[in-house]
Design a protein around this ligand. Structure first.
Ligand code: DOR
Ligand code: ZN
Length: 352
């Protein structure tokens, strides 16, 4: 039986497309091709490059590179170490938001000093959102700062029950906060880390079954699902100093569609989390001529050899999923169909 499902194009608000000095892991062409193959029509790229996006000049370099290579639409985040506040007013209109790291992640961009954090929250223009990597007591701190300075705050890749509980409470108290989680935390736990070792190493780390159960039970309190697509090569992941992060652009939708066939999520909820939420939280416009089609009853095995991401592997390799992405259409143009990218590099547009 054929059951073709049409969905508005997915918008992924948290990806690392690397490029530049890290083209051995991913570049704008391979990363956005992976997005198109995964039914994702727009991506928001993080600033933690080897040369981080702390200046408007650096941001301009990324814009130029993406304009030549991207096959899906895109936006960027600006980053801060607290020493670049004079760039904020110029950068803000050009980006989806400001990303700050309150905990350790890839790159050394953690901002520890609370006074510096206060300066960042105070200086960033209030029209644009601040998106943070915050875990544990850093969630409390981020919520305090958002309330104190009246700034919109988005807490990305929420992984635990206690962090989501704090966000739910803050929402009740009218703190202007939103959040996302990723398929990593919805479909993998610390048990998978025990099995897969460094391949499943990421920040925040995989949490416990009770955390995952809480995320599923409180999906309605979560605004978006992002991938945190964080490509590193298998060689790097298996090395003595493995980097944190896993790729995810090509597996998000098949995993959600599998959950759909298992009655764990509805089509309405998938659309809210992957399209309406991202549009509302980040102010992204996307027309009705941008959509995807998936065969929801077609089962297939996720295999590394079929992936477009340059890093060439997935933590979900070997999983049988039901939900094959047949077609990805952006602005009326078929970008991906039956396993092939059909547009030239540079088709993607900057959407913020
Ligand atoms: O595991 C992670 N890797 N978490 C992040 O937030 C960043 C990412 C990366 O850049 O590799
Ligand atoms: Zn990330």
């Amino acid at each position: 039986m054929s059951s073709l499902l049409r969905l508005p194009g997915l918008i992924d608000v948290h990806v690392h497309l690397r490029d530049f000095e890290e083209q051995h892991k991913e570049d704008f062409l391979t990363g956005t091709s992976a997005a198109a193959a995964g039914g994702i029509t727009a991506v928001c790229d993080m600033p933690n490059n080897l040369r981080p996006v702390f200046t408007v000049a650096r941001l301009a370099e990324k814009i130029v590179a993406a304009r030549k290579k991207a096959v899906v639409d895109y936006a960027f985040y600006f980053g801060s170490d607290g020493r670049n506040a004079e760039e904020f007013a110029k950068a803000a209109p050009l980006v989806a938001g400001l990303k700050i790291y309150l905990n350790v992640s890839t790159g050394q961009f953690k901002v520890e000093n609370e006074e510096i954090l206060e300066n960042i929250f105070s200086a960033w223009p209030k029209q644009k959102i601040i998106i943070v990597h915050a875990e544990g007591d850093k969630v409390d701190l981020a919520l305090e700062l958002a309330a104190k300075f009246g700034k919109k705050l988005h807490i990305t890749h929420v992984s635990t029950k206690s962090d989501l509980e704090k966000i739910i409470e803050a929402k009740k108290n009218k703190v202007p906060v939103t959040c996302d989680t990723t398929p990593n935390y919805l479909f993998l736990t610390d048990k998978d880390y025990q099995k897969m070792g460094t391949l499943a190493m990421m920040k925040p780390p995989l949490a416990m079954q009770a955390d995952q159960d809480f995320l599923w039970a409180h999906l309605s309190d979560i605004d978006c699902i992002s991938t945190d697509h964080a490509p590193h090569t298998l060689e790097e992941k298996k090395s003595a100093k493995p980097p944190n992060g896993v790729p995810g652009l090509e597996t998000l939708l098949p995993l959600l569609l599998t959950a759909l066939t298992e009655n764990r999520i509805s089509v309405k909820e998938i659309i809210r989390l992957t399209n309406e939420g991202p549009r509302k939280v980040f102010g992204i416009n996307q027309g009705i001529d941008t959509y995807i089609e998936a065969e929801t009853e077609e089962e297939y095995k996720i295999e590394n050899k079929n992936l477009f991401t340059k890093c060439g592997w997935s933590p979900f390799a070997g999983w049988i999923v039901s939900g094959k992405i047949v077609r990805t259409v952006i602005r009326g143009q078929t970008v991906f169909e039956n396993g092939k990218i059909l547009v030239r590099p540079g088709f993607g547009r900057k959407i913020i």
